[in-house]
Ligand binder design. Structure first.
Ligand code: AMP
Length: 214
């Protein structure tokens, strides 16, 4: 299955991708994770991306499209994919549709997670994650069992630079201006599956499974 998860920062794309990946047996491709990994490795691309990411702005389309094209060409993506955080602009969406078409592939569903802005802000500002396994936590809603340590790895959780208040506001503005137009883009292609993204991960997962057909 070829799936896109669409939604604002904090809508729960990453949280849904984790169980869906296991269920569908396809890779979870998060451009945010790929860019953070490039930064950690200190590559040229990572350095270039850093200034955009920290200020809550989008990394240029050609950089991200190149990353995704390479990733989709890897063997594990031949059975399908879950795209999280990509596409984020109409240019990226056009590039994705064109690269899939060149390979005789298509998108099956665009699951749009709809969450009101006040809930997004509350989710993002309390979000923490494990730097080792990427597992997400929330200081209030899903805290770790032991003080600020990952339940699985035992390492100290991190607070992403761009989850701090100033960046959060900019990221939500960026989403409204550049990414929200993709809702009508995919609706016009008959691919949009909008659903309520509020509630626990399991509750939302049931809704996602219902629109994907079980
Ligand atoms: P995310 O983890 O998806 O919220 O992404 C974190 C940051 O990475 C974003 O705020 C952007 O700066 C950058 N980023 C991730 N995906 C994209 C994309 N598809 N296009 C441009 N920038 C992106």
């Amino acid at each position: 299955m070829n799936l896109i998860l669409l939604g604002a920062p904090g809508a729960g794309k990453g949280s849904q991708a984790a169980p869906l990946k296991a269920r569908l047996g396809v890779p979870h491709i998060s451009t945010g994770d790929m860019l953070r990994e490039a930064r950690r490795s200190g590559t040229d691309l990572g350095r270039k991306a850093a200034e955009y990411m920290d200020s809550g702005r989008l990394v240029p389309d050609d950089v991200v499209v190149g990353l995704v094209e390479e990733r989709l060409a890897r063997p594990d993506a031949s059975k399908g994919f879950i795209l999280d955080g990509f596409p984020r602009t109409e240019a990226q969406a056009d590039a994705l549709m064109a690269m899939l078409e060149r390979n005789g592939r298509t998108v099956d569903h665009v699951v749009q997670l709809d969450v009101p802005e006040d809930v997004l802000v509350a989710r993002l500002s309390g979000r923490r994650s494990c730097p080792k396994c990427g597992r997400p936590y929330h200081v209030e809603f899903t805290p770790p069992k032991n003080d600020n340590l990952c339940d699985v790895c035992g390492v100290e959780l991190v607070w992403r630079e761009d989850d701090r208040p100033e960046s959060v506001r900019q990221r939500l503005r960026t989403y409204e201006e550049q990414t929200a137009p993709l809702i009508s883009y995919f609706r016009n292609k008959g691919l949009l599956r909008p659903l309520d993204g509020q509630g626990s991960v399991d509750v939302v997962l049931d809704r996602v499974r219902a629109v994907l057909g079980g």
